[in-house]
Design a protein around this ligand. Structure first.
Ligand code: NAD
Length: 291
């Protein structure tokens, strides 16, 4: 392997767009590693919830003794909160974690291109939206990539890094060093709908939900088959509840639209839960009950 070194320094200040499940976890990871973080979340109630989640997360990390990074003092004070992207005028790197809607993310990338410094790198935590389309909304496609963090972000050690056709080597190098500074490893994949993880995992979730819809087994039995027979840590429906069934539904829409593959259609068991507002862990109920 040829060694490529970029001597460009890692940014001190990083922007995070959206403070839901992923944005709050990513912000926590960054603050614990010593970065100054500017979080943009337009919804005041979500921002308030995220502040609480980050506080609890930092406390939990300290209890678990997850290395020096986890207990680094003042992590919370390094986070600044804002409700508009204009607050990102001085960051060197942005990790976009907004709702999984293509049009919304395209607008956000176009706006980030206007309001961040020209050399800032723009990453998306999207589950499935091809990065090239987001990069095309900017005048800096070489500085755009996918950083598909896993959930919960502070506890998961490896990130699916997505290289779009235009992503530069320097951008990949800086992203790799940033992840390394968070104590995370990376696996780099090429761009495409759902990348690798969700191209595969969403089909598993759909089939598991279809097995429930078809009356083959209830959700508890379906997950137990994967957990007890196959030794997986979490069955597909419990995984879907952790992701958020609203997000799973949005991700399936993206995959259908980009691939034309009808296998990414939510079966009735999933559709009904989403329609009823039962999004999984975050609402206390999904395929399983968390109350
Ligand atoms: P979420 O619904 O919990 O949070 C999304 C947040 O984005 C909300 O708080 C919303 O108010 C905010 N938002 C909406 N429009 C915005 C805007 N214009 N500017 C700033 N913020 C805005 O969703 P999530 O589960 O955190 O997912 C976020 C992204 O990460 C999605 O692209 C999702 O596909 C991806 N992802 C999710 C998971 C998971 O397990 N949930 C895992 C990996 C990646």
């Amino acid at each position: 392997m040829t060694e490529t070194h970029s001597y460009r320094q890692l940014p001190e200040s990083i922007g995070v767009v959206g403070a839901g499940t992923m944005g709050s976890g990513v912000s926590q990871s960054l603050a614990q590693a010593g970065y100054r973080v500017v979080v943009v979340e337009p919804d005041a109630a979500t921002a308030e919830r995220a502040r609480g989640a980050i506080k609890d997360g930092i406390r939990l990390a300290a209890l678990l003794g997850r290395g020096e990074r986890a207990v680094s003092a003042g992590a919370q004070d390094r986070i600044r909160w804002a409700d508009r992207l204009e607050a990102l005028g001085e960051v060197g790197f942005v990790i976009e974690c907004a709702t999984e809607r293509q049009e919304l993310k395209e607008q956000i990338f176009a706006e980030l291109d206007r309001c961040t410094p020209p050399d800032a790198i723009l990453a998306s935590c999207t589950s499935a939206i091809p990065i090239a389309g987001l990069a095309a909304r900017t005048g800096r496609p070489g500085q755009v990539l996918g950083l598909h963090f896993m959930n919960p972000a502070p506890l998961k050690d490896t990130v699916e890094v997505v290289r779009a056709p235009g992503t530069s080597d320097e951008t990949l190098d800086i992203a790799a060093r940033l992840l390394d500074s968070l104590g995370k490893q990376q696996l780099v994949v090429q761009d495409g709908p759902g990348f690798v993880i969700n191209r595969v995992m969403m089909l598993t979730i759909v089939e598991a939900a279809a097995a429930v819809s078809d009356g083959k087994a209830d959700a508890a039995t379906t997950d137990a088959l994967f957990e007890r027979c196959l030794g997986q840590r979490m069955g597909p429906l419990r995984t879907a509840d952790l992701i958020g069934l609203d997000n799973v539904d949005d991700t399936l829409t993206v995959l259908r639209e980009h691939t034309g593959d009808s296998r990414y259609t939510p079966p009735p068991a999933l559709r009904d839960l989403v329609a009823a507002g039962h999004f999984g862990r975050k609402t206390g109920r999904g395929f399983h009950d968390y109350s």
